[in-house]
Ligand binder design. Structure first.
Ligand code: ARG
Length: 569
């Protein structure tokens, strides 16, 4: 049940009664506002939208309309200037809301938008033998939350880790490994060692240009399918993945596919041929390009003068492959803002090829992670850094838990959920396009707008429920408890869960859900601070229902963002 829609319905009925048919129910739903203060009602309908058609003053329309509205859901309506303010019946609506939540449990708030259609989400996508950067972390966390949101809305997300596992650097790496590499060292700390070899290669190449020749030779061998080269490449890829998997495990993120750039090696020729057939290719300085003048963009490079294919060629092949394999309803690419031109070009080339579905492809870009206002550098050992960040977060969480609740069982697991949750939430509470300042301390406080604050609120609510279970039998439930202002604030937030998810879905914006969980946690804490929830009166039952409904929605909100919700903290 959508409460806002029901209010819209009663406005619509009142209008129809007066023979006004100019606004549809959907339009009314969209026009309904939430007043800035709770004292002004739960919804407000601005009547200026009808002034033109009705040739009447908005204030007059508001008066007429308010006299004609009725619904079991509505306690009263008031015409205030050009607005009709609608006050919901708190006991009636509140009861309906908690009952709906307690019945549907974690399925509550699921918008029926999709019908199982697949949505591909290209996320994380680090580069083999290179450190996992903060950008990759953002992509992983944002992409994972979007996948959860898509699923909640009825779609089937397909999470694809488009690994950067091909390119001339692998020729260099093979050369370096053959000269200076040690198997044991690589096995022990893959990324660290492979990166060191790569850096060493570049240092040596400055005094010994012969190395570059060898690097090119080995990349050519790799492309031509030389067994030795392929075996080494495969091994580098495998051991790098072992390193990455540790991070994914900490974050609790899984993928449906690890088909990276190399997967498209044999799928690019058909694309180039198709471009040729469609007369889209032109020559520019020996290279083959697709001109994008009509879009005011530089040409998209398809083939270098030496015949080598490019990043964009692979993404074109990948798009065609994914459309065929998954017949996606949407294709999302969760990649930093630096690549926005690249994705525009790829989508435009597809449009020029005649693929109208290119309109369903979206670059979900995001800002940078800053440290003291500057971009976090990609110097060596970054993978260690990111893992260190997560480990440090877990350690801080452990200290925090130790000091609060020394007796707690499975402390380690809770600390992991809280520490990692802090890092994830810190990212997602910001609108993705914004740059974010990295600060471990501010992430991990149990107060303010943090993951741990919400987790802690959830655990507190769970503890109230556990205590409530032991109370005497509940005698009567008249739901008068929902007349309380603080209770009503919680209820009206619970009522809006589905709307928030719908917006987050349409705008590819998990931060709306993060902000919502903050609001809900704050509202609940205010309720808890002013109302004696466990008092043994005839309202105990409905208060406990409200608490339980809150735990369900908080937990589900956190789950959508990729956070765990421990019941005890
Ligand atoms: N590997 C790339 C990088 O680290 C990101 C790949 C994004 N996905 C894609 N289909 N291009 O910058």
């Amino acid at each position: 049940m959508e409460y806002k829609q029901m209010v819209a319905l009663s406005i619509h009925e009142a209008l129809v009664k007066n023979d006004v048919k100019s606004l549809s129910k959907q339009e009314i739903t969209k026009t309904l506002e939430v007043p800035p203060q709770q004292s002004m009602g739960d919804y407000a309908f601005p009547c200026f939208v009808l002034a033109k058609t009705l040739k009447k003053a908005p204030n007059q329309i508001a008066n007429d309309l308010s006299a004609n509205m009725e619904s079991g859901l509505i306690e009263r309506v008031e015409a205030v200037g050009p607005y009709v303010n609608v006050y919901l019946d708190k006991t009636f609506t509140g009861k309906a809301i908690v009952e709906e939540i307690l019945n549907e449990r974690e399925a509550y708030g699921s918008p029926s938008l999709g019908n199982g259609e697949q949505i591909t989400i290209d996320l994380s996508s680090p580069n083999i033998a290179k450190p996992f950067s903060m950008g990759h972390l953002r992509s992983t966390v944002i992409g994972n939350a979007l996948a959860n949101i898509m699923q909640k809305c009825g779609y089937t997300p397909v999470k694809i880790n488009h690994l950067g596992d091909w390119g001339t650097q692998f020729g260099k790496l093979i050369t370096a490994y053959k000269q200076w590499g040690e198997e044991e060292k690589v096995k022990a700390e893959p990324i660290k060692e492979l990166l060191a070899l790569y850096i060493h290669f570049h240092e040596e190449a400055e005094v010994n240009p012969e190395l570059e020749v060898q690097g090119r030779y080995w990349f050519k061998q790799l492309e031509d399918g030389n067994q030795e080269a392929l075996a080494l490449w495969k091994w580098f890829r495998e051991v790098s993945l072992v390193d990455f998997q540790r991070i994914y495990q900490l974050l609790g993120v899984e993928f449906d596919s690890f088909q990276g750039e190399a997967f498209y090696n044999d799928k690019m020729e058909p694309v180039v041929n198709e471009l040729e057939e469609k007369h889209l290719l032109s020559e520019s300085d020996g290279a083959m390009v697709v001109g994008l003048d009509e879009f005011n963009h530089p040409p998209c490079l398809i083939k270098k003068s030496d015949g080598a294919t490019l990043y964009a060629t692979r993404d074109l092949a990948a798009a065609l492959y994914r459309k065929k394999e998954y017949s996606f309803a949407k294709a999302l690419y969760v990649v930093g803002g630096e690549q926005s031109l690249h994705f525009k070009q790829v989508f435009e080339v597809l449009k020029k090829m005649g693929y109208t579905w290119a309109a369903d492809m979206h670059h979900i870009s995001f800002g940078m992670m800053l440290k003291d206002g500057k971009k976090m550098s990609t110097r060596k050992g970054k993978i260690v850094l990111l893992e260190e960040v997560l480990k440090e977060a877990i350690e801080l969480a452990t200290e925090n838990i130790e000091s609060r609740n020394h007796e707690l069982e499975n402390k380690e697991e809770v600390a992991k959920s809280v520490g990692v949750g802090a890092v994830i939430f810190h990212d997602l509470k910001n609108y993705r396009q914004n740059d974010i300042e990295f600060s471990l301390e501010s992430m991990l406080t149990f107060e303010g707008e943090t993951g741990p604050y919400i987790q802690y609120t959830y655990a507190r609510a769970c503890s109230i429920l556990r205590k409530g279970m032991n109370q005497v039998e509940i005698v009567e439930q008249s739901y008068q408890a929902f007349q309380d202002d603080k209770a009503w604030t919680v209820l009206s937030l619970l009522m809006k869960f589905e709307e928030v998810i719908t917006h987050a879905y349409h705008q590819f914006d998990p931060s709306q859900i993060a902000k919502y969980t903050i609001d809900l946690a704050q509202a609940f804490n205010k309720y808890y601070a002013t109302v004696r929830i466990l008092e043994e009166d005839n309202q105990l039952g409905s208060r406990l229902q409200l608490v339980e409904a809150t735990t369900i929605v908080l937990k589900e909100g956190l789950r959508l963002l990729g956070l765990k919700a421990p019941e005890k903290m």
